[in-house]
Design a protein around this ligand. Structure first.
Ligand SMILES: O=C(O)CCC(=O)C(=O)O
Ligand SMILES: [Mn+2]
Length: 226
């Protein structure tokens, strides 16, 4: 995660909603179930109905109560600022992960996580060894523009992202400021988004805060720590 976490934390992301829509690819006409998002220099596949509704509801309830959620803080100019979401890190014992100067030590796998890991590995065709969980309590929670490009994730990170609960906007833009491409997907309850190839090298993503009423949402990004 980049330092933009810090810069964007207090910015009013609602201004993004008023951007010219001509470059916005709407999920309805660009991204179909299990289809590839046609972006340059990156590979993204979106499965809108990966888990059926009863399974998604069950997983959400299990994770809400069983995950050891914590409020992390990052430092900026000597001040401690709360991340706008709760987080947790699970995985194999030696797989530590550091982002925004926050060092995470993994909790051991629990059953619902292993179930999800096994299901997504069948389509991702890789073995994940850790997962970062985010709990977005309401529209005041979000994640600022960043890419998942930390050293520990290797050259071409494979990120398997499962969404449960409330629907939130996932936005993508190229790191290259001269390009005006912009994409967004409304990540559905029970959906799975697979990012691989050069996606993290050339693209940034975010979940903007919103003033709309949104249900709480749990996101899991399964990762491979080298
Ligand atoms: O909540 C999401 O869909 C994205 C989370 C994310 O990008 C991250 O944790 O790195
Ligand atoms: Mn990310």
């Amino acid at each position: 995660m980049e330092s933009s976490e810090q810069l964007n934390l207090f910015s009013d992301t609602s201004s993004l909603l008023s951007l010219d829509n001509s470059n916005h690819a709407k999920s309805s006409n660009l991204i179909k179930n299990g289809e590839q998002l046609l972006i340059e220099q990156g590979e993204i596949i979106y499965y809108s109905n990966f888990f059926d509704q009863p399974t998604s509801d069950f997983l959400y309830q299990e994770l809400e109560k069983k995950i050891k959620w914590s409020q992390e803080y990052f430092k900026i100019y000597g001040k401690s600022i709360a991340l706008p979401r709760l987080t947790a890190w699970y995985g194999e014992p030696e797989k530590r992960y550091t982002y925004s100067n926050i060092e995470m030590n993994p909790h051991p796998w629990i059953e619902p996580l292993l179930f999800m890991k096994k299901e997504i590995e069948l389509v991702a065709k890789v073995k994940f060894n850790s997962v970062l969980l985010n709990f977005y309590r309401d529209g005041n929670d979000g994640v600022a523009w960043h890419s998942d490009d930390e050293k520990e994730l290797g050259e071409s990170p494979v990120i398997g992202s499962v969404s449960l609960g409330g629907i939130r906007r996932f936005m993508l833009k190229p790191k290259n400021k001269e390009s005006n491409q912009k994409y967004e997907i409304e990540l559905a309850d029970g959906s799975f988004l697979l990012m691989s190839g050069e996606t993290q090298k050339y693209w940034l993503h975010q979940i903007p805060k919103t003033k709309k009423q949104v249900k709480p949402r749990i996101n899991l990004t399964f990762r491979i720590i080298h």
